[in-house]
Write a protein that binds this ligand. Structure first.
Ligand SMILES: C[S@@+](CC[C@H](N)C(=O)[O-])C[C@H]1O[C@@H](n2cnc3c(N)ncnc32)[C@H](O)[C@@H]1O
Length: 266
């Protein structure tokens, strides 16, 4: 059965919200594999049952802040495990990671509160396998103050949409021409971030392509090395790139540093 039909069969809102289209795009080729799949938010278990029938060789792990009645919801299946705990409880998530080690797929369909979504992602990302996929549903709460979001400061509010928008820079971390750039733990480990209607998908993977413009986050160093390797006035290039260009970058860095402090953007 297709994922679409399974979501219809089990009355999951992943069908009415059209999320099945995104899931099918990423998961169709993985359905026969033996995977560890974690879903945050179980509720009546509709999606758990759909995943369980779709990924017959996989382990489906569900967590929910509420105690889920396994019998009543017919979740007593061989490949389903349910745990009670919060997605923002660091201790609980670490125990989960200790038990299952690594996940191939993580789905966040829990509280949908920005703070919780960001906290779970930060903790669980390390437990996602290389080439694993992290799905975040219902990102519309980012734009709604009744759900902890912010409808008035779209670019800088501390919402999960802004968290994932900002995370896209990690894909091009090698290109950032700022010699003072501090590497993030995500640099080199994310190969794709996709935004769909009310949904974000992050694909973990090795991302270590070298830049052709920048060397160790310095344009000046790259230009200097290239020019010197072609021969010519070493002293001139030294003054041009190592002194003059570096000074220019330092001034820009300082202006932006002050701007960030004044505007509380740090
Ligand atoms: C939208 S329902 C999940 C639906 C389910 N994934 C499906 O598609 O059938 C959201 C669930 O998240 C749970 N939840 C809310 N806050 C949570 C938290 N902080 N940690 C874990 N689960 C939470 C709720 O109890 C609720 O059962």
């Amino acid at each position: 059965m297709t994922l679409k039909n399974l979501f219809i069969k089990h009355k999951s809102d992943k069908y009415s919200h059209q999320y099945y289209k995104v899931y099918e795009k990423y998961l169709d080729k993985l359905k026969k594999k033996k995977l560890n799949i974690l879903e945050i938010g179980v509720s009546d278990g509709s999606s758990m049952k759909a995943w369980s029938e779709y990924f017959t060789n996989s382990k489906i792990i569900g967590i929910d802040i509420k105690k889920i009645d396994i019998k009543k919801n017919k979740l007593n299946k061989k490949n389903i495990s349910i745990h009670c705990g919060s997605q923002s409880d660091k201790k609980f998530l670490h125990l989960l990671i200790k038990k299952y080690k690594k996940f191939d797929i993580i789905i966040d369909d829990g509280s949908h509160f920005p703070k919780d979504v960001i906290k779970s992602f930060r903790i669980l990302f390390n437990s996602l396998k290389v080439n694993g996929i992290y799905f975040i549903e219902d990102t519309q709460t980012s734009y709604n103050h009744y759900f902890g979001g912010n409808a008035f400061d779209l670019k800088f509010a501390k919402t999960h949409m802004n968290f994932f928008k900002n995370l896209t820079d990690t894909i091009n971390y090698r290109e950032i021409a700022n010699p003072f750039y501090l590497q993030s733990g995500y640099d080199g480990h994310i190969k794709n971030i996709s935004f769909f209607n009310n949904m974000v998908v992050v694909q973990k993977g090795v991302n270590n392509l070298k830049s052709n413009l920048v060397l160790n986050n310095s344009y000046e160093n790259k230009r200097y090395n290239t020019k010197v390797s072609r021969g010519g006035g070493k002293l001139l290039y030294f003054f041009k790139y190592k002194i003059f260009f570096n000074l220019y970058t330092l001034i820009l860095f300082s202006i932006n540093f002050l701007k960030k402090i004044i505007l509380f953007r740090y």
